[in-house]
Design a binder for this molecule. Structure first.
Ligand code: NI
Length: 138
């Protein structure tokens, strides 16, 4: 790893104990790795706030028997086509479909796509996983 810098952190004992038990639970081998992940998490959150291009995934579950629902979802996906880089459709059972959309673009647009899909009548669940293009992360 290039340019590793060590720095000291002062914490209340109880806070550190809580952190250490969380590390164990999350299967981190050391504190440095866990702190790196926390920092990355904060940087990704910041990317979504400041409007840099982001990446993520939208998970959609819907009942394809609902009238007009499939057409509405397709229309929306075409309207936001420049944001959707990949799409997978899985027939979960007789009624339910699961769609996984890999998305990339401006955060407000990605959020808007997710909100628009969520608002379609018959959509049972819509979750946006906010990730990063990874460009500015180490
Ligand atoms: Ni289906």
């Amino acid at each position: 790893m290039a340019n590793l810098i060590r720095f000291g952190v002062s914490l209340e004992q109880k806070l550190l104990q809580g952190f250490d038990s969380l590390l164990k639970e999350k299967k981190y081998s050391n504190r440095s790795e866990a702190i790196r992940d926390l920092i990355r998490e904060s940087l990704v959150k910041q990317e979504w706030l400041v409007g840099k291009d982001v990446a993520g995934a939208i998970t959609l579950v819907y009942d394809h028997h609902k009238r007009d629902l499939v057409n509405k979802i397709l229309d929306i996906q075409h309207d936001f086509g420049n944001l959707i880089i990949s799409l997978q459709h899985i027939h979960i059972d007789h009624n339910n479909c699961l769609e996984l959309l890999a998305v990339k673009g401006a955060p407000q647009k990605v959020q808007n796509l997710s909100d628009t899909l969520r608002s379609v009548k018959g959509v049972r669940h819509c979750a946006l996983s906010m990730s990063t293009t990874g460009r500015d992360l180490v």
